[in-house]
Design a protein around this ligand. Structure first.
Ligand code: ADP
Ligand code: MG
Length: 281
């Protein structure tokens, strides 16, 4: 996958929720940023740093107070193309209950695609494929309220997949789930990314993003750091200032190094640490 092609581009974007009364209160403050085609980008930052505002700027749910957002060369302020942009840049939110519109699973999955005016035979095909992609085929006829939080989130993702977007933004979509549910959702994100879907993952669990392509750190509406995971995680002071946790493995590695063990700087996951330790034997 060519991840050098720009898909979404923000140029000097600021967003004020109340520009008349409070022009100095900027939820997003002078952000320039690109999301590349096919990449897996993570955005992290403390509560109130502007993550959700930024994600809504990506697909035109909000338009900038200052600056411009381009989605494959179309300005999100261009009303004529907004449906096209929303179809291609879809969102999965934190609470699956807020995204459910039907009672039966497959009706819910179909909803977005039906609104796009897609014909019934094609919708049937997409429902089946989308449920398969999130391992929920056996649940097509179930009632949504009988499902767990993690299962509902997978159904929300299936509904988004049925619209065949090129990019999916996950705004803290794992935050309300138990560890197993979180892992399932993250595995689905990676699988979709391998199939070519551009993924933007907003989270504050640092250990979930050790294997993404790029991390952007947001603080008070500004991008304060951007880079590959290894570069970000080794900026311990910056993470501390931004009130973000260092992943446990990174912290453990630093202790092991202090204890005299030769653990490579690029060790970010449990598997990598086990490998590094085995090599020391
Ligand atoms: P995050 O998702 O990182 O927690 P948000 O994008 O939700 O951050 O919020 C960024 C800032 O914008 C915060 O100061 C928040 O209080 C403010 N904000 C968010 N939504 C609204 C809104 N609908 N009206 C006014 N201010 C808002
Ligand atoms: Mg948020």
């Amino acid at each position: 996958m060519d991840t050098n092609k720009t898909f979404i581009k923000l140029e000097n974007v600021s967003y004020m929720y109340d520009p008349e009364e409070h022009p100095d209160v900027k939820a997003i403050d002078g952000v320039s940023l690109t999301v590349n085609e096919g990449e897996f980008l993570a955005i992290v930052g403390p509560n109130g740093s502007g993550k959700s505002t930024l994600s809504k700027l990506f697909n035109g749910l909000l338009t900038p107070t200052e600056g411009d957002v381009w989605v494959y060369d179309i300005n999100t302020k261009d009303d004529d193309h907004i449906t096209d942009i929303r179809r291609n840049v879809a969102m999965v939110f934190q609470n699956p209950d807020n995204q459910m519109v039907a009672t039966i699973v497959e009706d819910d999955v179909a909803f977005g695609a039906e609104n796009l005016g897609i014909e019934p035979a094609e919708i049937r095909k997409r429902i089946d494929e989308s449920l398969e992609a999130v391992s929920m085929s056996a649940y097509a006829q179930r009632k949504l309220h009988q499902l767990s939080g993690g299962q509902k989130q997978r159904i929300a993702i299936a509904g988004v997949l049925a619209m065949k977007p090129r990019c999916i933004i996950f705004d803290e979509s794992t935050a309300m789930l138990d560890p197993a549910g979180r892992e399932d959702i993250i595995e689905i994100m990676h699988q979709l990314n391998r199939e070519g879907v551009t993924i933007v993952f907003i989270t504050h669990y640092m250990e979930e993003i050790t294997d993404v392509d790029r991390i952007v750190i947001l603080e008070k509406g500004k991008v304060i750091a951007e880079g590959v995971p290894i570069d970000i995680f080794n900026q311990v002071n910056m993470l501390h200032r931004a009130r973000l946790d260092t992943p446990e493995i990174v912290w453990l590695c630093s202790l092991l190094r202090k204890g005299g063990l030769d653990i490579p700087a690029e060790t970010l996951t449990g598997e990598q640490l086990v490998e590094a330790l085995c090599r020391l034997k």
